[in-house]
Design a protein around this ligand. Structure first.
Ligand code: ADP
Length: 390
């Protein structure tokens, strides 16, 4: 028996519940409303005489049939359920019969009268005799066709995008590499016959090609971020920062910089390479876009009281004492390939780092935002999933 039903039997029902139960017995409009107003059909099956099954008007209507066009028997649905889904429904039926706590609940496909396909979430409850023998089965249908169509459309367009990104990454790289090779060949083998201007232009061509290769690689990486097959694990943020300290050791030394961790950092749930990408990009930007003689990165957790952070999400921040960002570009910096500063002033970059970070955070149901003061520094706030292991 399900927990809910058990609780119902052992606690005194609310007076409105009692009233509703009585109404269900006395007023036929209540069942009619449940059938058409809240569900997409009800069925009630006589398991002692299985050729009899009452199918509600909404049940028949969902599949395009009038009341007198479908007999009250299981014949229609058994003939019109998708052959791949029938075994699933039968398996759940048998399991629910053997163990009432196993839910009879599945999404199955049916053939509509006009030949189209209808997706239905079908749930049922076996009604038993005092000795537990199955007597009846009460079931309900919910039409999920629109949802399934959107899901299929999304899957299809994701696949198209994926294919496009793969082809672009592959096929665009080749001509780029080839033109880079031609330019290098001219420079190396005929350099002494070329005047300065031609040499300069060839070098520029090579640099542009290399940049284009990096942009394509970033675009490809972006398109593949957040795939559902990425492994999620329990991670300590402090340990992740310790690993990054090693990676950044040289940059920290050269830039007279340090990373401070403020207070204890939480354990989170995430795909480790992605979590590292978030911190790596934010730390590296904090060091790169920074003219301070003593560069400082501070990482911490925001002790916020919103229900979100209390339950599933935790808010972290990465703060720097760098050049800051103009208020008007606070959102734009997260756009793909958006750069605010010249390459000459602050070194190379494709302008993709923050769009990776945003995509990773949002794919986990989180958010990212920033506060900044030009000339003083920037703080990036973002949410990650709190570890369920505490
Ligand atoms: P990239 O660093 O490759 O240009 P990002 O997507 O990481 O790409 O950043 C986009 C732009 O946002 C940068 O070019 C820079 O102008 C600005 N930016 C990012 N982080 C900071 C920061 N911490 N302080 C100041 N400006 C920043």
């Amino acid at each position: 028996m399900s927990d809910i039903i058990e609780r119902r039997l052992t606690t005194t029902p609310h007076y409105l519940e009692q009233e509703l139960r009585a109404l269900l017995r006395t007023d036929p409009k209540v069942l009619d409303w449940l059938d058409t107003g809240s569900l997409d059909g009800i069925w009630y099956w006589d398991l002692e005489q299985p050729e009899n099954e009452w199918l509600s008007p909404a049940f028949k209507q969902l599949f395009g049939y009038a009341e007198d066009e479908m007999p009250h028997s299981p014949e229609w649905w058994q003939a019109n359920i998708h052959p791949d889904d029938l075994p699933v429904a039968l398996e759940n039926f048998e399991q629910h019969k053997a163990d009432p706590s196993h839910p009879y609940d599945q999404i199955v496909r049916y053939r509509h009268k006009d030949g189209s396909m209808i997706w239905v979430r079908c749930r049922g409850l076996m009604v038993r005799n005092g000795d537990g023998t199955p007597k009846r089965m009460l079931g309900a249908h919910t039409d999920v066709t629109a949802l399934k169509k959107t899901e299929e459309e999304l899957r299809r367009s994701n696949k198209e995008l994926d294919d496009f990104a793969n082809i672009a990454a592959h096929d665009l790289k080749e001509p780029l590499r080839a033109s880079c090779q031609h330019a290098s060949f001219l420079l190396e083998d005929y350099g002494d016959q070329l005047n300065d201007e031609v040499q300069r232009r060839l070098q520029r061509l090579i640099a542009l090609n290399q940049r284009m290769e990096r942009l394509i690689a970033d675009l490809h990486y972006f398109s593949r971020l957040g795939r559902s097959d990425e492994m999620v694990e329990d991670l300590g943020v402090e340990a992740a920062i310790a690993e990054l300290r090693v990676d950044f050791a040289e940059a920290l030394h050269e830039g007279n910089a340090k990373i401070d961790v403020s207070g204890p950092l939480p354990r989170i749930e995430g795909h480790k390479p992605h979590v590292m990408t978030i911190f790596r990009n934010l730390i590296s930007n904090g060091l790169k876009y920074n003219d301070n003689r003593e560069k400082l990165i501070e990482i911490g957790q925001v002790d916020n009281q919103s229900w979100d952070s209390k339950h599933a999400l935790v808010t972290l921040y990465v703060k720097d004492n760098g050049i800051g960002i103009d208020e008007e570009f606070k959102d734009e910096v997260f756009q793909m390939f958006k750069r605010l500063n010249s390459e000459k002033a602050y070194g190379g970059g494709t302008g993709a780092g923050l769009s990776f970070v945003k995509k990773i955070v949002e794919r986990q149901g989180g958010q990212i935002w920033l506060t900044t003061e030009p000339g003083k520094g920037t703080t990036f706030f973002f949410t990650l999933r709190r570890s369920t292991k505490g």
